[in-house]
Design a protein. Structure first.
Length: 675
């Protein structure tokens, strides 16, 4: 047994120190093993799905929902109250926190993961890289010294040359990471990376690394027990990223030679053994164009994408985490592990991919997630589902398995097309664009291929049919007080709308406005086949059959809708997902006048909950369109906000440190014509 691994202790009750889909995943695995389960939740999350799955749920206290999950004292108190003999940290929060692992050990609670010493050694990129170098594992040139003053970092950057990467030494997940292509921007990039690293990990220490162009991000999944037995379960390719964060992962890595897999796996096993590692872990590498791999870092926890490996190998990684934590020997044999077919995972997140991947939050009005024998889904959506501004915006993970890569890709595309989340904006359309992109289909992958290819991808916009169906939803809602629309005459529809003072002399109504389109006017008449809707001279006959089906000009189309009935004193509101475009619909008359003004772009408003992290301008300054004016910290990531127009900063109510919510006015710009 490794000297770094604490002695095993028997336990029959497990507390899951996490929330959302990963908490639900671990709770189900624990119950399958016969363990009694305990969930924790922040204030306001009592009805969360993960809380309902456990035998007992305990509310955590904290100054904020996030701080509640980060309270080591609060979690250990919950263990004492519930009699939990073990804690599974999931991922995120305290999963890679050595202090938490050490506190659990001191309290006599089993930490389901590696020892505190192993986390300290491998969880720090600088120390992990030093160990890898001592073992002869290839590493990239870089800088990871203790001297962190700006002159020291700048001198190291000059010696490395550009392009290079700035990375947070203490964590991962793309946080605290910046690409530098010119030394002139190095100081600003360092400051931004340090701020983000401090917010995310409580440690602003940075390291520098030479950037390899055209490289793939490939990681090896491993399991190790306390008796020195360690195996790898093949690799995952995580090269499809946005802002250095994974959005699509797959296994095996396309085109990976068996010899490279064997060498990479052997290096990963050697590294974990040298650290006395126990549990599930992932060793990440860069694979360059010449097929050479270079060590990057170790994730001392379960990965978000662990289901990809499970689909390929049939090994339940969470089950083995729990069995190893109970002191069982790992019975898997390296040469007996088989990779069956191909698996691809997509991360469905609440974010606006065409507006800088800004995170979105809010109530989930309705949802449907496609799942079948070939597509596995992890989510924590339920009757009271909401995306909190305090946490990561991941909604669901969809993993498709097939006999080969193309079958897995096709199945994942079909599953995403059939899935819909109404309420917060999601990245579904962007994921589909990635999966259909010629480069992805051809497996021409490297870590920045998405950033290069996405410039040509059009943002999803409502078309004529979408607006016609939205208008029909509006009419149905208005008519609800009068009875079903079936059998109504054209004059009857006109009279009903006229009674609501919603038509002009020509019979046109300012029907609705979607959140992805300006308001429009529609003329609506009843026909035997449905409602005839005319918008901008184009007509469609719409018959709404159900919340998931509509006929447009006699053609049946799948859709997903949720409607808030129009009652006296309330504003009509509906959500529509049709032809791959999801949006909100409301009365145009209910919109604030500013949203209908031609010069509304001069108002810069927050699109998310967050904290003002920095200001780059002052009142009176002149700015160019696209120039950075401030940044918002949301979910531990800094979001850059740019000027939408050229002009002068007429007002700047934003203040560093202030909390903002969607629609908060940040700046007002007086537009100026270019000379």
């Amino acid at each position: 047994m490794s000297a770094l691994a604490p002695a095993a202790r028997a336990f029959d009750t497990l507390l899951v120190a996490n929330r959302g889909e990963i908490a639900a995943r671990v709770l189900r695995a624990a119950r399958a093993l016969g363990l009694r389960t305990v969930a924790v939740h922040a204030r306001g999350e009592r009805d969360a799905v993960h809380a309902s799955l456990a035998d007992e749920a305990i509310e955590l206290r904290g100054d904020s929902p996030l701080q509640a999950y980060l309270s080591i004292e609060g979690l250990l108190e919950a263990c004492a109250r519930s009699g939990a003999g073990a804690v599974h940290p999931g991922y995120g929060f305290l999963a890679e926190n050595a202090a938490f692992a050490r506190a659990c050990e001191a309290a006599g609670v089993v930490f389901v993961g590696p020892s505190a010493a192993a986390i300290e050694l491998l969880g720090n990129k600088t120390q992990a890289k030093a160990l890898a170098q001592r073992l002869g594992i290839p590493c990239l040139p870089g800088y990871g010294e203790a001297a962190q003053a700006q002159p020291d970092l700048a001198q190291a950057a000059a010696a490395l040359g550009t392009p290079l990467m700035i990375k947070a030494a203490a964590g991962g997940g793309g946080r605290g990471m910046r690409r530098v292509d010119s030394l002139e921007s190095f100081a600003a990039s360092c400051a931004a990376a340090a701020n983000e690293a401090q917010a995310a990990f409580g440690d602003a220490t940075l390291m520098l690394e030479k950037l390899v162009e055209g490289a793939r991000h490939v990681e090896m999944q491993l399991l190790a027990d306390r008796f020195g037995h360690c195996v790898h379960l093949g690799e995952r390719d995580c090269s499809t990223q946005r802002r250095h964060q994974k959005i699509i992962e797959e296994a095996p890595s396309p085109g990976m030679p068996a010899a490279t897999r064997e060498a990479m796996g052997a290096a990963a096993v050697e590294l974990l053994r040298a650290a006395g590692y126990v549990g599930a872990g992932t060793v990440e590498f860069l694979l360059d164009r010449d097929g050479r791999f270079h060590f990057l870092e170790v994730n001392t926890r379960l990965q978000v994408e662990h289901r990809v490996t499970e689909a390929l190998t049939g090994v339940d990684l969470v089950e083995w985490q729990l069995r190893i934590a109970r002191g069982e020997r790992l019975t898997l044999v390296q040469n007996e592990i088989r990779l069956d077919g191909h698996a691809i995972e997509a991360r469905l997140c609440a974010e606006d991919a065409w507006r800088g991947f800004a995170p979105r939050s809010g109530r989930v009005v309705a949802w449907r997630i496609a799942e079948d024998e070939h597509v596995l889904v992890d989510h924590a959506l339920g009757p009271h589902a909401a995306v909190s501004p305090h946490f990561d915006s991941l909604i669901a993970k969809l993993v498709a398995h097939g006999r080969d890569r193309e079958q897995a890709r096709s199945r994942l595309v079909a599953a995403l097309e059939r899935s819909s989340v109404l309420g917060p904006t999601t990245n579904r359309a962007f994921l589909l664009a990635c999966l259909r992109a010629p480069r992805f289909v051809a497996a021409e992958l490297y870590t920045d291929w998405v950033a290069q290819a996405a410039h040509g991808w059009p943002a999803p916009e409502p078309d004529d049919e979408w607006r016609a169906v939205a208008s029909a939803l509006w009419v149905h809602a208005q008519a609800r007080a009068y009875g079903p629309l079936a059998g109504w005459s054209s004059s009857g529809v006109r009279e009903m709308l006229a009674s609501l003072a919603r038509v002009d002399d020509d019979g046109f109504a300012p029907v609705a406005s979607g959140d992805a389109s300006p308001h429009w006017e529609a003329r609506i008449d009843a026909q035997p086949e449905g409602l005839r809707v005319r918008i901008d001279g184009r007509e469609h006959v719409v018959r709404i059959d159900a919340a998931d089906s509509v006929r447009i000009d006699g053609r049946r189309c799948a859709m997903h809708t949720a409607v808030r009935p129009a009652a006296p004193g309330t504003v009509f509101r509906a959500w529509l997902d049709l032809h791959g475009v999801a949006g909100c619909v409301t009365d145009a008359a209910a919109l604030p006048a500013r949203t209908r003004r031609a010069d509304a772009a001069s108002d810069v408003r927050a699109g998310m909950h967050g904290r003002i992290a920095s200001l780059a301008v002052a009142e009176g300054d002149r700015v160019l369109a696209g120039q950075a004016i401030l940044s918002i910290e949301a979910m531990k990531m800094e979001q850059r906000i740019a000027a939408p127009v050229r002009g002068r900063i007429a007002a700047l109510p934003a203040r560093v440190g202030a909390q903002v919510s969607p629609a908060t006015l940040l700046a007002r710009i007086e537009p100026e014509c270019a000379p």
